[in-house]
Design a protein around this ligand. Structure first.
Ligand code: NAD
Ligand code: TYD
Length: 356
């Protein structure tokens, strides 16, 4: 089996569902179930012996040692993280703990397990670290997209903590020989995306007739990838990625935030017209995020060339699928919104004056 950390979060739960469907191989899913972890995402696996869920913290070394000894996973897929930039600005401590100390603790537990394996299993073992393009910092408008050798220039507490975790993973390979691969992916979107991030927030706010908050001038550029394509890229790297290498994952799909907002509004006008008028009436410019990175863009040529990976979705097909999923899963949205999410929204937006 494989050990997935953070498998109840947005990308982790998409990955667990994708993995079991694509490979049938069992998953041991370790997740602390923070505000971002939601077992409802995995409801379709209830009673399926190929999914073993353990609620626990990646900083808990004794728990990790017990799980490695009991389940003897052949690979670790490390998704668990604090992942929201705005939260990292309000409270960076949790990011240092989970993303840095948690990755360190997991690396040490994996190293102890791996070191004691027989030679064939030792050679086949993998530690796959799931990371982000945000570690590279912000690009000028005309600069070439991030390659794997772009310098690390993280600008937010979130990206700094992820950069630190990437460095730890690299060092555990070079120093101890732990068989690692790291992937740095661009912004994901798709089903089960927690509505604190831009795209799901736009969808749920629009459907509720609430303002669609655009930070600053809305001209920040992100490179969007459908979450299912991130999952297939991770499978490709786990299977055939070269040890100690990093692979950038992206869909060659750069868009300014304001264009994303208009696309979501237009699609909703088509799929769920609002008698009160077009959704763009709800667009509200608000105070910018401090230290807001202007542009991310991924050069995905390495994974395409070495592993033959290509995204299956265009942005047009992926965003339509995503909107259709949210429209068909109003109960999922309602459940998410009834929890601590509401407190978070109040905390984040109260201090943002309209009309940035
Ligand atoms: P998420 O916030 O939706 O999910 C994170 C999961 O980790 C949650 O289920 C949470 O309960 C769990 N978790 C948090 N702290 C934990 C701890 N101490 N121990 C165990 N579990 C813990 O995040 P996501 O968007 O699914 O991102 C997953 C990974 O992918 C992260 O490492 C993130 O940096 C990376 N990534 C995300 C994106 C994106 O666009 N969302 C893009 C590139 C890379
Ligand atoms: P987000 O989904 O938080 O991802 P990240 O910060 O990791 O890229 O934000 C995507 C972009 O959208 C980012 O430039 C910030 C912007 N944004 C808004 O304009 N309004 C919002 O309410 C949110 C959450 C994000």
């Amino acid at each position: 089996m494989i050990l997935v950390t953070g498998g109840a979060g947005f990308i982790g739960s998409n990955f667990v569902l994708d993995w079991i469907e694509a490979t049938g191989e069992p998953v041991l899913n370790l997740d602390a179930l923070t505000y971002a972890g939601n077992l409802r995402n995995l409801a379709s696996l209830q009673g399926d012996p190929r999914h073993v869920f353990v609620q626990g913290d990646i900083c808990d070394r004794a728990l990790l040692d017990r799980l490695f000894a009991e389940h003897r996973p052949r690979a670790v897929l490390h998704f668990a993280a604090e992942s929201h930039v705005d939260r990292s600005i309000h409270g960076p401590g949790a990011f240092m703990r989970t993303n840095v100390e948690g990755t360190f603790t997991l690396l040490e537990a994996a190293r102890q397990h791996w070191a004691a394996l027989p030679a064939d299993k030792k050679a086949a073992f993998r530690f796959h670290h799931v990371s982000t393009d945000e570690v590279y910092g912000s690009l000028a408008p005309d600069a070439p997209a991030f390659t794997e050798i772009h310098p690390y220039e993280p600008n937010s507490p979130y990206s700094a903590s992820k950069a630190a975790s990437d460095h730890l993973v690299r060092a555990w390979h070079h120093t101890y020989g732990l068989p690692v691969v790291t992937t740095n992916c661009s912004n994901n979107y798709g089903p089960y995306h927690f509505p604190e991030k831009l795209i799901p927030l736009l969808i749920v706010n629009a459907l509720a007739g609430k303002p669609l908050p655009v930070y600053g001038d809305g001209q920040q550029v992100r490179d969007w990838l459908y979450v299912g394509d991130h999952c297939s890229a991770i499978r490709a790297v786990l299977a055939n990625g070269r040890l100690g290498e990093t692979y950038n994952i992206g869909g060659w799909n750069e868009q300014a935030n304001i264009d994303i907002v208009h696309t979501v509004c237009k699609l909703l006008d088509e799929l769920r017209p609002d008698p009160a008028g077009p959704y763009k009436r709800l667009i509200t410019f608000v105070t910018d995020r401090p230290g807001h990175d202007r542009r991310y863009a991924i050069d995905a040529r390495k994974i395409e060339r070495e592993l033959g990976w290509r995204p299956a979705e265009t942005f047009a097909s992926g965003i339509r699928k995503t909107l259709q999923w949210y429209l068909a899963n109003a109960d999922w949205v309602a459940e998410v919104q009834s929890g601590s999410y509401r407190d978070w929204v109040a905390q984040n937006y109260a201090a943002r004056a309209p009309g940035a």
